[in-house]
Ligand binder design. Structure first.
Ligand code: UD1
Length: 354
């Protein structure tokens, strides 16, 4: 097979590496296209060399912009390159603007579309990611769902493509980090006595007052809070004047490589985040997770008792940090493919494209 894989954001690089390696190991040709949605070195240099992701053969350099502008620019570029390269399929995973662009671009070029991380749903079109993932699922010929729950949700919407429960390659990537060894960070309080936080979702960063209130609540917790800052959040803080006060608990850090972040997560008292990726990773590591959202897609982690929703911050956040959620049983890695997703994605594509 000749697969044109589209990536554009930090999570797509992390998840893409195991799949990219599995494609090559199975003797297939992969052409990597980077849309340029994320362009900061801090976001693109997230994986070490040797993680399995080749340098992109095509870079579109679309950069920042509104949802419409970003999707349109990337879709145009992807369609042009797909029509020129004539791959057997375009593969894109997730729910970012780059994912929707790749779906539109593949369709425009008449190339079969494989959508990974299919069937993940929140149930609200207010979230830009939900719009992107629903559209990509319905444009896809092959839908690769990360869990049985996601596969069922996709099938219930009767997409035109075939849906396969094929596992979550982010869990494969976690295994890769463990085998490579973690990076280190300069400042780290004793294990179990600090919190690792990330905040970057539009619902938390782009509403006036919301980000400032969350940061105030984090700053007032009685444990040090390490917060690697996504550029979106840094920019929103600058624009809204939401700087933490001297002497509080917050320690602002630069975005960090995947291995270093997971090393911190593993040693934290709890992870406090609005990221779906970090929420799953905390679950798989058996680390309590406080979700800075009112609802989330990865309900398996909440039902298992390892994650708790604290969208309002404040007292809910304080209570969750004082008594971090610990499930009664060990996290069920099998529900996410048990770390074998990359090879299952490749097999599903082989069977489908035959
Ligand atoms: C995107 C995804 C989100 C994913 C996240 C992971 C969409 C709609 N959202 O969010 O699902 O969880 O990536 O990181 O696709 N910016 C920079 N440098 C960069 C990238 C972004 O400064 O390299 C700033 C720009 O001001 C930009 C803003 O961040 O306007 C938002 O970036 P964007 O790519 O729209 O979405 P993310 O917030 O990164």
């Amino acid at each position: 097979m000749r697969i044109l894989t589209a990536v554009g954001t930090r999570p797509q690089l992390v998840r893409g590496a195991p799949v990219s390696r599995a494609l090559r190991e199975a003797g297939h040709e992969e052409i990597l296209l980077h849309t340029g949605q994320h362009y900061d070195g801090a976001l693109t240099a997230i994986l070490p060399e040797g993680a399995g992701l080749p340098a992109p053969a095509v870079s579109l350099g679309v950069g920042s912009g509104s949802h419409g502008a970003q999707v349109a620019a990337a879709a145009r570029g992807i369609a042009e390159h797909a029509a020129r390269l004539l791959p057997d399929a375009v593969l894109v995973a997730g729910d970012t603007n780059s994912a929707l662009a790749a779906a539109l671009g593949a369709r425009a070029a008449g190339i079969p579309l494989v959508h990974g991380e299919a069937g993940v749903r929140l149930g609200s079109l207010e979230l830009p990611e939900e719009v992107n993932r629903i559209a990509a699922d319905h444009l896809a010929d092959l839908l690769l769902a990360p869990t049985a729950r996601a596969a069922a949700a996709a099938r219930a919407e009767k997409p035109r493509g075939r849906t396969v429960d094929a596992g979550d390659p982010l869990l494969d990537a976690l295994g890769d980090v463990a085998s490579r060894g973690e990076g280190t960070v300069a400042f780290e309080p004793p294990p179990g006595e600090f919190l690792l936080a990330t905040v970057h979702r539009a619902e938390n960063t782009d509403r006036p007052g919301r980000l400032a209130a969350l940061l105030r609540d984090l700053d007032a917790l009685r444990f040090p809070v390490l917060l690697p800052l996504h550029p979106r959040t840094r920019e929103a803080m600058r624009a809204g004047g939401a700087a933490p006060a001297e002497g509080g608990s917050l320690r602002l850090l630069e975005p960090m490589p995947h291995g270093a972040l997971l090393g911190l997560a593993r040693r934290a008292r709890a992870v406090v985040t609005d990221s779906g990726g970090l929420q799953r990773e905390a679950f798989w590591l058996g680390v309590p997770c406080v979700v800075l959202r009112y609802r989330c897609e990865w309900t398996e982690t909440v039902e298992a008792g390892w994650a708790v929703l604290a969208g309002g911050g404040g007292a809910d956040l304080r209570a969750a940090v004082e008594a971090p959620p610990r499930g009664e049983s060990a996290p069920d890695l099998g529900a996410f493919g048990g770390g074998t997703a990359a090879s299952r994605w490749v097999r599903a594509m082989e069977e489908f494209l035959g």
